[in-house]
Design a protein around this ligand. Structure first.
Ligand code: NAD
Length: 319
């Protein structure tokens, strides 16, 4: 089977070659994103493999005319593909899932870095300031951690945290017995009121967008630490900045931020980024910002590639 692979990064090539061989697939690898101009790459292909570039009706029509039967996005999210239209033409659309450990371990790392003031320690060391001023940290074992969202990642964070000896509160619209072994489910209000450190692991839904805002922050403990490894839109960025400036929020670690999609994964070394709130947060010594890299491990990238090819093969052969 022939598969057109779009937006193929250099670090993905050897994995595509490995899994292409394993699944006996002929791959057309291209660094270009899928657009009307690059649609021809899929001529003669049964399936296309993409990442986050929006795929609308026009492009789907062109691929359909070439006989494409499957669109596999090697991402968890699939809202960038007009999947209803594709499926109305008989083209199957799939997403992937990958190991939750990648984001869960990164989350615990971010928690520890935030409470041990690691950004200040590292940047000051680089300037040869070896003094102890303003860098005294806190111990996780004495803190109450609130985990919002106990799905695959949230539950893995809780399991990872269980070795630290901290009290763990959890909130989810669906509670799980497997989580109750390590954490206490409580109401969202109680979690906001009692947690010293809050970590977000829910999807972006109408009811979760902006859930961290000036009202909910006001109900939290003074000096609370916020971790967002889920989706930027869960946090009202302006309200978070205001709370950090007042010291209500003592520290934050953000792998995601509102308005990131046009910026992250691109190199802005020589041009203005033009995202004022990101610049304010980035300048704060108590805010750790990373460019949506929590997922990025050998294991997760391998899963993304393997499962997307597997889908192409299955859908292409009518399974
Ligand atoms: P999941 O679907 O397994 O879990 C999500 C959980 O959120 C579910 O248990 C669900 O019941 C719960 N939930 C839904 N609505 C809720 C609400 N209103 N209040 C509380 N809980 C609610 O998803 P996951 O794989 O654990 O991913 C969690 C988040 O992590 C997603 O937003 C995902 O996009 C994000 N993520 C980020 C990265 C990264 O690199 N930073 C990588 C992968 C996933």
């Amino acid at each position: 089977m022939k598969i057109a692979v779009y937006s193929c990064r250099k670090d993905e090539i050897h994995l595509f070659e490995q899994y292409g061989k394993e699944y006996d697939a002929e791959l057309v690898l291209s660094p270009l994103p899928p657009t009307k101009e690059t649609a021809r790459l899929a001529e003669g292909c049964t399936a296309v493999d993409i990442i986050t570039t929006p795929v609308g009706r026009e492009l789907i029509d062109i691929w359909h005319s070439y006989g494409v039967k499957a669109i596999a996005t090697r991402t968890v999210g699939y809202e960038h593909v007009d999947y209803e239209y594709a499926e109305s033409l008989g083209i199957s659309v799939s997403n992937v899932s990958y190991t939750p450990h990648t984001v869960a371990e990164y989350t615990v790392m971010a928690m520890l870095m935030a409470i041990r003031k690691m950004k200040a320690i590292i940047t000051r060391y680089m300037g040869q300031d070896f003094s102890l001023k303003e860098i005294r940290g806190r111990e996780l074992c004495n803190m109450t951690v609130g985990v919002i969202g106990t799905g695959k990642i949230g539950e893995t964070v809780i399991r990872n945290l269980s070795g630290f000896g901290c009290r763990i509160l959890a909130y989810d619209v669906f509670e799980k017995d497997s989580v109750r072994r390590f954490a206490e489910y409580c109401s969202l209000d109680a979690l906001y009121r009692e947690a010293d450190l809050i970590t977000l692991h829910t999807p972006a839904l109408p009811e979760t967008c902006g859930m961290i805002n000036k009202n909910t922050i006001a109900s939290m403990k003074d000096g609370v630490v916020l971790i967002n490894m889920a989706r930027g839109v869960l946090v009202n960025t302006a309200d978070l900045i205001e709370a950090l400036e007042r010291g209500k929020v003592a520290a934050a670690a953000l792998d995601v931020v509102e308005g990131e999609s046009a910026i992250y994964y691109k190199d802005f070394k020589y041009k203005p980024v033009g995202h004022h709130e990101m610049a304010i947060l980035q300048a704060m010594p108590n805010v750790i910002m990373t460019p949506h890299t929590a997922f990025f491990t050998d294991e997760a990238v391998g899963d993304m590639i393997r499962y997307s090819i597997e889908h192409c093969i299955k859908a292409g052969s009518g399974e």
